[in-house]
Write a protein that binds this ligand. Structure first.
Ligand code: G
Ligand code: G
Ligand code: MN
Ligand code: NA
Length: 253
């Protein structure tokens, strides 16, 4: 069985699920949102991480179906929490470059919001720098999404062939500082300089900034000193199954 065939079977057998990683405000320490992260619950291999199957899904085009399911499921879950009377926060969903190139992405997202009853500001899309750098192609799509009211974040910021010109031309709400810069903050002055510069640049452009992969108190302190807005990482919480994320929302008031 090829991986692609297995992935198609996994779809029809409903073996995919979403985990939700909490995101926190660095000033107040309060919960501010979640990132939806796909998992494959394999009957023999257990929980398979996305790095083991997203590339194959992208290559085969199956990412279109899978990505559509992720978008729908994240919006449905977020709306279900709202309907249960829990506090509401935006949910971030990763978009692959192929999904971004699909002909009616904006229409489909509007449809998903409509079908699930989720208001647009409760959805954020995470795009890669490679999507953002193709400014000519990205502008119309991102502007339509932004007009809808959906948030736009740039994921893994600083790891692509960073051109900064797209930052002034595209409606970007948030930069996610890649965890490779955060990891060695305590020992590498270059990483400290890069992180401080990303935060300052984002703020001067009126763009929010979240640090990924935050694991230690020391990293938190550095980020707070440099007025980074939010953080995500094991220091706060690992990605959680929906039920545990719901429990966390229930404690949050
Ligand atoms: O979830 P980690 O726990 O392993 O995620 C690893 C990588 O997989 C991250 O870079 C993340 O952006 C990507 N990823 C997770 N979920 C999705 C998804 O639903 N769609 C896409 N395109 N990428 C995802
Ligand atoms: O979309 P993205 O590549 O940013 O997805 C987040 C990835 O980072 C997921 O694989 C998630 O499991 C992982 N992750 C989340 N928090 C941490 C952390 O504190 N440290 C490390 N090393 N990885 C993390
Ligand atoms: Mn992401
Ligand atoms: Na990332």
């Amino acid at each position: 069985l090829t991986l692609q065939h297995e992935l198609m079977e996994a779809m029809s057998r409903r073996q995919f699920l979403l985990y939700y990683q909490p995101q926190y405000d660095l000033r107040s320490g309060r919960l501010v949102g979640f990132e939806a992260l796909i998992r494959w619950r394999h009957p023999e291999r257990g929980m398979v991480p996305p790095s083991h199957f997203i590339p194959a899904a992208e290559e085969s085009g199956l990412i279109m179906t899978l990505g559509d399911w992720v978008l729908f499921e994240a919006c449905r879950q977020n709306r279900a929490w709202q309907r249960a009377g829990l506090p509401s926060y935006p949910i971030s969903v990763n978009l692959s470059i192929r999904q971004f190139a699909q002909p009616n992405l904006v229409g489909r997202i509007a449809e998903i919001l409509d079908e699930t009853g989720l208001a647009a500001p409760y959805l954020k899309l995470e795009i890669t720098e490679s999507i953002a750098m193709d400014v000519e192609r990205a502008t119309a799509i991102l502007e339509s999404l932004s007009d809808l009211g959906v948030g736009i974040s740039v994921d893994d910021f600083g790891t692509g062939y960073s051109s900064f010109s797209y930052l002034k031309r595209l409606p970007i709400d948030c930069l996610k500082i890649d965890r490779s810069f955060v990891r060695d903050i305590h020992q590498d002055p270059n990483d400290r300089a890069i992180v401080a510069a990303i935060i300052a640049m984002a703020h001067n452009l009126q763009i929010g900034v979240i640090a990924e992969g935050v694991e230690t108190e020391e990293q938190v302190r550095f980020l707070q000193q440099h007025a980074c807005d939010e953080m995500q990482g094991y220091y706060g919480s690992p990605p959680l199954p929906a039920e545990e994320a719901g429990t966390m929302l229930g404690r949050d008031h």
